[in-house]
Design a protein around this ligand. Sequence first.
Ligand code: 6PG
Length: 231
Amino acid sequence: MSIAAAEIFVRIANNSVSTSGQFTVALAGGSTPRLLYKLLATDKFRTRIDWKRVFFFFGDERNVPPDFEQSNFRMAYETLFAPLKTSESNIFRWHTEFGEPEEIASDYADRLGAFFGRTPRFDLTLLGLGSDGHTASLFPGTDAVNETAKMAIANWVEKLGEYRLTLTFPVINNSANVVFLVSGEEKAVVLKSVLEGELGPEPLPAQLVNPVNGELFWMVDEDAAGLLTSR
Ligand code: 6PG
C-alpha cells in the first residue's frame, strides 16, 4: 500500500511541478503514513522528485511542542524531512509552541492565506482514518466538522480531553487530490461504514471528504479492505 501511495505521490508531485512549478502537500499524521514517508526518502523515490519545489503543510497537529513524541511534525521530521535535509522554508508546521490553541490555529490560517493568497488548494492532501471515522482531527460530534468559514481551527475533542489543531472541510475538499491511507484489520469495520454505509444524519467525518474539483483515492491494504463487498 505504501509503495503504491509513494508512486501516486511522485506522479502528483511531478504533474504539479510541471504545471505550476511547485507541489503543495498537506501531510497526514498518526502512524500509517510513517512507512510512506520513509519510502519517499529512499533512493528508489527520493531521486524522482525536485524537493526544493515541494512545500509541506500538515492537515492537523496535536497541541504539543514540535519535539514531543505525539507531534505529527516530529514524525514527519524523523521519517522524511531529516533524511531529505528539507529546508525549513519548505515546511509549514503548526506553531504549537506559541500560545493558546485558538492563536495557533489563526496563525496557521494566516500563513495559509499568505502562501496561497486565497482558500488553499493543495495539490495533494494525505489523510488517515480513525476507527471512529475521524480524519485529520475532525472527530465525530466535534465543532470543527461543521466549520465552513475558518480554514484552520482549534478543535476541542471531548473523548481525548484535549484540543487538536486541524484544517477544515472547505480546505480539504478544495484539494486537487486527496489520498486516504488505511491499513490494518482494526480499520476494516470503519472503512466498510465509510465506503459502503449510508450517509446517516450524523455522517462519519471521513464520509464528508469529497473534493469539489479534484480526485479522491483510497489506498487500503488487504486487512483493512477485508469486509468490503466491492473492491
Ligand atoms: C492524527 C491524524 C489522524 C490519523 C488517524 C489514523 O493526527 O493522528 O491526523 O487523523 O490519521 O487517527 O491514525 P493511524 O494512522 O495511527 O491509525
